[in-house]
Design a protein around this ligand. Structure first.
Ligand code: ZN
Length: 75
């Protein structure tokens, strides 16, 4: 899974870090809690350099952050 390291970075550092496929650190993410009781939610992570993105369908979220996904990202 191409984005695995970035998901780990988000969990540890609250930042996505370098996308290994293109090498750019111009990455971003959004995490939205759907169930307050369990902190489960969904999100997305993307690279602003090569416009690749990945949908996170279900994830436990400690620090929610809501950002608009750019329209040119390809999932
Ligand atoms: Zn990229």
């Amino acid at each position: 899974m191409k984005w695995l390291t970035n998901l780990e970075n988000i969990a540890k550092l609250n930042m996505a870090g370098k996308y290994p496929i293109c090498g750019s650190s111009n990455t971003d993410y959004t995490l939205i809690i759907d169930e307050k009781e369990t902190s489960m939610g969904h999100g997305a992570i993307w690279c602003n350099n090569c416009n690749n993105g990945f949908y996170i369908l279900r994830i436990k979220i400690d620090n929610a952050i809501k950002k608009v996904i750019p329209k040119n990202i390809e999932f």
